[in-house]
Design a protein around this ligand. Sequence first.
Ligand code: FAD
Length: 335
Amino acid sequence: MIYERISLRKFNTYGINVKADRLAAFKLEDNAVRFFRQHKETEQNYLVLGGGSNILFTGDFHGTIIHPEMEGIAMEGKSGSDIIVSAGAGVSWDNLVESTVKNGLGGLENMSLIPGCVGAVAVQNIGAYGVEVKDVIESVKAISLADGSIREFTGDECKFGYRDSVFKHELKGKYLITKILFRLSTRPKLCLEYGSLKDELSKLGSISLANIRKIVISTRQAKLPDPEQIGNAGSFFKNPLVSEAFLESVQKKYPKIPVFRDRSGGVKIPAGWLIEQCGWKGKRIGDAGIHEKQALVIVNHGNATGRELLDLSEKVRKSVADAFGIDLEREVEVI
Ligand SMILES: Cc1cc2nc3c(=O)[nH]c(=O)nc-3n(C[C@H](O)[C@H](O)[C@H](O)COP(=O)(O)OP(=O)(O)OC[C@H]3O[C@@H](n4cnc5c(N)ncnc54)[C@H](O)[C@@H]3O)c2cc1C
C-alpha cells in the first residue's frame, strides 16, 4: 500500500504530527523487492520506520517512509535444547516475547514490554535487565533499498555493540530488515542479576520464564511512561561508558554515584542519575518535559513539537556536560 502526504502522528510514539511525502507499507517481502527494483533508477530518499518508538521527528519528511508489516512467528529448527524461532519484521516485539515465554523458550523474557517491532531490534540491539538481543540473534534477513537484492547477515556481520549495530553505521539507511531468526532455548541460562529481579522473583515463589516476564512488566509499568498515555521514546540518552579512573574522579565528589558493570567489564553511569543531579527530573518547558519518575525519559505532555523536545534535550545535555564533564550520546534518532 502506498499513501501520499500522510500524517506520521500514529507512526511515532512521541505523537509528533509531521507529514511524509509518501509511505509504502509492505506485508510481503516479494512486494518490497519489486518496489525497490522498480525504483532503482530514481533512487529515493527512504526512511524505514517500524513502531517509531526510538525516533523524534523535527519536521516533515521529504521522501518515502518504508513501513514493514511482515507478520509470522515460526519454529524453524531444533538442535538439542536450542530452538530457532523466526519472526517477521512487522511483528510487535512484545507479542514475540509473550509467545516465546508461553512456549517455554527462554532468551527474550528480560526484554518484555519493550515497544516497537521485531525488525528494529537488530538495528538497535535492544536490551533490558542485563540482557541484549544480540546474544540470541542467529541471523537477519534484509532487502537492499538500492536494488531489491536479498542478503542474510550472521550475528557477527551485524557488528552489535551497546544499542548499536552495522545498520547504524556503514549500512545505515541501506537495508529493510524483513525477518530475524533467534536462537532460544528450552533450558535457558537465566539472567537475574540485574536490579531487584531476584528479590522480586523470590516473592513470587518460583523461578520461571512467565514469572520473570511478569516482574519485568510490572517494574517497567511502575517506572516508565506508557506512550499511549504520554508521548515518549524511552531513554533519550545512552548510559555513558566511562573509565575506572574517570569514575574514581567523579566518586570523590559524589561517593554514592550508582554504577553498572556490564559482562565485558565496562563501567556505565546511569544517565538518568546524572540528569537528576542537575535538577531536571519532573521539569517542563511548555509541553516538553522530563519524566517525573525517570529523568532519562523526555516526554511530550501534549503538543510539544519535535524541535521543542530536541531543544530541551540539548539543555539537559549541556547541564550534564557542565556538571560532570560527560557528553551524553543520544539513543533516540532525530529525523
Ligand atoms: C516507553 C519506552 C521504553 C523503551 N524501553 C527500551 C528498553 O528497555 N531497551 C531498549 O533497547 N529500547 C527501549 N526503547 C526504545 C525502542 O522501543 C527500541 O529501540 C525499539 O527497538 C524500536 O523499535 P521500533 O520498531 O519502534 O523502531 P523505529 O523507532 O521505527 O526505528 C528505530 C531505528 O530502526 C530502523 N528500523 C526500524 N525497523 C527497521 C527494519 N525493519 N529494517 C531496517 N531498519 C529498521 C529505523 O530506520 C530507525 O533507524 C523504549 C521505548 C519506549 C517508548
